[in-house]
Design a protein around this ligand. Structure first.
Ligand code: Z5A
Length: 210
């Protein structure tokens, strides 16, 4: 494999099936024999993981605090993990990235999109994903799947209107970045979702297949 290291992100709202999707991506990269790491947001780096704990388990956070903490964690993650990995030739697969801030904090919490854009420029710069797979699940299906989980974190406890807005946020991002963000119909069976993911990765125009 001689192509440069690529950055793949996975997005989707509650119960979209990102865990299974991550395994599918990992299998494909193993088959291609490319070096890669799997990481996540918020988190993916020591300090960012501490911030994740605050974000998910503090009883109440102001929406602006939530936004700033997401980007504080991302700044550590990008500068200490993502950028160095890509520079060394290691592919990066991240469970969520900056699109989640537009969807959750922008559309979900109704914070200013222009401000989020500014924070993105400050922290992410040109370390943008090459490919984003957005697992699009109808909120009622996703919430039903996720309801089987014993404990919900602070964000997961939001109502269906919030998750409808998240979906609108991702639709908006996809319309703005149609080449990068590919929609996966995640309402389907796990196997059908897996096939769509493999097809998208293999067909992706931004890299030469090994
Ligand atoms: N967040 C934010 O607000 N702003 C940001 O900038 C960032 C994040 C980066 C992170 O939580 C939270 O932070 C997240 C967004 C916010 N909050 N929410 N909601 P996380 O990382 O702990 O959790 P998550 O990202 O929401 O979800 P998850 O638990 O990792 O995965 P999932 O996609 O929701 O679901 P799953 O565990 O893969 O699957 C759920 C269940 O459905 C499971 O039992 C599966 O077996 C089943 N499943 C999966 N696919 C299928 C299909 N196709 N058919 C049937 N059943 C299925």
């Amino acid at each position: 494999m001689t192509t440069k290291a690529r950055f793949i992100t996975l997005e989707g709202s509650e119960g979209a099936g990102k865990t299974t999707a991550l395994n599918t991506i990992k299998n494909q990269l193993e088959q291609w024999q490319v070096p890669f790491i799997v990481t996540r947001e918020p988190g993916g780096e020591v300090t960012a993981e501490l911030i994740r704990d605050i974000l998910l388990h503090t009883e109440h956070l102001e929406a602006m605090t939530e936004l700033l903490l997401m980007f504080a964690a991302r700044n550590e993650h990008v500068k200490k993990v993502i950028r160095p990995s890509l520079d060394q030739g290691t592919w990066v697969v991240s469970d969520r990235f900056v699109d989640a801030s537009f969807a959750y904090q922008g559309f979900g919490r109704k914070l200013d999109l222009a401000l989020i854009k500014q924070l993105e420029q400050l922290t992410v710069g040109n370390t943008q994903p090459d490919l984003t797979l957005w697992l699009d699940v109808r909120p009622e299906i996703g919430l039903q799947r996720a309801s089987s989980r014993s404990e919900k974190d602070r964000i997961e406890q939001e109502n269906i209107d919030f998750f409808q807005r998240i979906r609108e946020g991702y639709l908006n991002r996809q319309a703005q970045h149609p080449k990068r963000i590919k929609t996966i119909d995640a309402n389907q069976s796990a196997q059908a979702v897996q096939e769509q993911i493999i097809n998208q990765i293999q067909a992706h125009e931004y890299w030469v297949k090994p």
